[in-house]
Ligand binder design. Structure first.
Ligand SMILES: Nc1ncnc2c1ncn2[C@@H]1O[C@H](COP(=O)(O)OP(=O)(O)O)[C@@H](O)[C@H]1O
Ligand SMILES: [Mg+2]
Length: 273
């Protein structure tokens, strides 16, 4: 019953922090999910009402943190990382999401030993959701060819699968340069360019700009987890550019693509980290 996108973000943010904490010497990240019943006292300790919960234990054997830091980690903009490394927004977003789901989160940590986040989310009781008022329309492509660029194999494979299932053809590229070369050779063949923003050599926006040198109309959609870093002025100047926030589901990417292909306004999403 929870928002899959938001829980994805929770796990991603916790995982990113754990991997940072273990960067120097490696270690183990462990995620345990189990049903628990919180009785009066245990529930009250987390300011929850007694009942059935799903407990998620997210732990790492990283550098840990002292008490002074631990007390501030959920504060927005609190970070111990160097400028450019951390925004301090990860855990405040996590906290907000868990609260919005009527859950609770706490952290326990020991310096040089590791950190464990304990999350409680109310267990869903309904066997099945009430029938939807109107099922979301199934959007399907018409075999249009889409160029997909992402340096991460997993993301590329995921997007390709989602779009192919939705009736599009996909040509995937792992670098902006490879994509640019193909687009240049085959103008008019592609219906959309869907590109990651953050890539080592050439960023998504730079690719869009380069494409505009020889193709004024090809719609471009940028996938990014860091919306705030992309200025709307830049987008407007390049033209026909829309954005979709990472992470997204199968359905979200297919619908966003469908919308752009049908000339509907640019897609935006939550600014998240
Ligand atoms: N798993 C962890 N191990 C040790 N310290 C952590 C861990 N997770 C979070 N922290 C501490 O909490 C701070 C805030 O985390 P977060 O809100 O995600 O922001 P950021 O990662 O951008 O610094 C981090 O800078 C770090 O000091
Ligand atoms: Mg973080």
């Amino acid at each position: 019953m929870a928002s899959a996108t938001q829980l994805h973000q929770v796990l991603l943010n916790l995982g990113t922090n754990s991997s940072h904490a273990m960067q120097a010497s490696g270690g183990i990240m462990r995620i345990v999910v189990r049903p628990v019943t919180l009785e009066g006292e245990a529930a009250a300790r987390h300011q929850l009402s007694p009942g059935a919960y799903v407990e998620i234990l997210f732990s790492d054997s990283g550098h840990g943190m002292d008490e002074e830091i631990r007390l501030r980690i959920f504060d927005p903009f609190f970070t111990t990382k160097e400028t450019g490394q951390g925004t301090g927004l990860g855990l405040s977003a996590v906290h907000g999401i868990i609260e919005a789901h009527q859950g609770a989160i706490e952290a326990a940590s020991e310096v040089n030993v590791g950190t464990t986040f304990t999350i409680y989310l109310p267990a869903a009781v309904e066997e099945e959701a009430a029938p939807e008022e109107a099922p979301a329309p199934v959007v399907r492509g018409n075999n249009e060819l889409i160029a997909v660029v992402d340096d991460e194999d997993m993301v590329r494979a995921f997007v390709q699968m989602a779009l192919e299932r939705s009736g599009y053809r996909v040509r995937a590229f792992d670098t902006a340069a490879a994509c640019l070369e193909t687009l240049r050779k085959k103008p008019g063949e592609f219906a959309l360019l869907l590109t990651d923003q953050t890539m080592p050599m050439m960023k998504g926006l730079e690719l869009a700009e380069a494409v505009r040198q020889f193709d004024l109309h090809l719609p471009v959609m940028i996938m990014s987890g860091y919306f705030s870093r992309i200025s709307p002025d830049n987008l407007a100047r390049i033209g026909h550019v829309s954005m979709i926030a990472k992470p997204f589901t199968n359905a979200e990417i297919s619908q966003a693509v469908h919308r752009v292909m049908n000339g509907q306004p640019a897609v935006t999403g939550p600014t998240d980290q």
